[in-house]
Ligand binder design. Structure first.
Ligand code: DX5
Ligand code: ZN
Length: 229
């Protein structure tokens, strides 16, 4: 499977119906999601709690595309094998999560997953400069992590700087937080290719009116692609 930078939409199931994850995952994939984004929060690194490895393993049974697991936890290393066993395809850790991000990224790849590194809004692009040969994805947080439905923080200068630093390397630039049809063009123009969206995908829809998810996904994709010639 070759690497490319076509626009990918990764709905965050943080905005799904928590009593119905299996059907929600199948609905977003049927409606055009490229990846399924799973937000893992520990009530310590971020002020919210979500999914442990058994929950993620249960999601895996429904995911046919790519399960993209975003760890907002500290420490990370004791849980890497558990999320590998749970079936994560991509495991992303925050650069701020501990003193040894290099070791963490090595361990993620050693466990057989693609490795991602995420940056909080206040963390500069340069913080990942010496990690680029060990990652498959850089996630730029455009909200302070912890909750869905927050307002987009314009960090297009940081995205441009990362795009230049990455050069020809096969590394995705993922944007997470406040992505909508209005903000998607800004980040795509700056060099992002994977757009996470929670509220903007699930807004107005349900598993019984999943065509709304499809329309929402298409609106983000069309807006993002419209900026790329
Ligand atoms: C925030 C999470 C995001 C979030 C995005 O901490 O990492 O993935 O669910 O939600 P929206 O798209 O609603 O900002
Ligand atoms: Zn996320």
């Amino acid at each position: 499977m070759g690497f490319n930078r076509k626009i990918r939409i990764a709905p965050s199931i943080l905005s799904a119906d928590f009593a119905d994850f299996g059907r929600e995952i199948r609905a977003i994939e049927a409606q055009g999601a490229d990846w399924v984004h799973v937000d893992v929060m520990d009530g310590h690194f971020v002020p919210n709690l979500t999914f442990g490895p058994p929950a993620v393993a249960a999601f895996r049974r429904h995911v046919q595309t790519v399960m993209d697991v975003h760890l907002m936890i500290a420490p990370v290393d004791p849980y890497i094998d558990a999320y590998a066993q749970a079936g994560a395809d991509i495991l992303t850790a925050h650069v701020e999560a501990g003193p040894h991000i290099h070791r963490t990224l090595q361990a993620i790849r050693a466990a057989g997953m693609k490795a991602g590194v995420a940056l909080n809004p206040g963390t500069p692009a340069e913080s990942v400069a010496h990690l680029l040969d060990m990652v498959d994805l850089v996630c730029v947080m455009t909200v302070n992590p912890g909750f869905g439905g927050q307002s987009f923080i314009d960090l297009t200068g940081k995205i441009r700087a990362l795009r230049a630093m990455i050069g020809d390397r096969p590394i995705h630039i993922q944007i997470d937080g406040g992505v909508t049809p209005r903000t998607a063009p800004l980040v795509a123009q700056a060099g992002a290719d994977v757009l996470v969206a929670g509220s903007a995908v699930f807004k107005g829809g349900s598993v019984d009116s999943a065509e709304v998810y499809g329309a929402n996904i298409r609106a983000i994709r069309v807006a993002a692609e419209g900026t790329l010639v």
